[in-house]
Design a protein around this ligand. Sequence first.
Ligand SMILES: [Zn+2]
Length: 84
Amino acid sequence: MKYICEVCGYPYLIEPPYDKNGNGSYIICPCCGFEFGYDDYPDKEKSIIDWRNNWIENGYIWFSEKKAPPINWNPQKQLINIVK
Ligand SMILES: [Zn+2]
């Protein structure tokens, strides 16, 4: 089971960003670097949008040094995953 990052749309998170009560799992997205339960404090919705906009404005930089981006990684396409 893989989960989608609510910030950047990265679809291969190994844990859900939030549990069913909305508590962050403290997983860090390897793509955008957002830590769920930490970087979303105090305003979850605003933090997610701000982080996403920063990430886009900075040129979609891959965050993780340990984990490589997926083959043929396309950050713009990936963002379609979070269009609501
Ligand atoms: Zn992300």
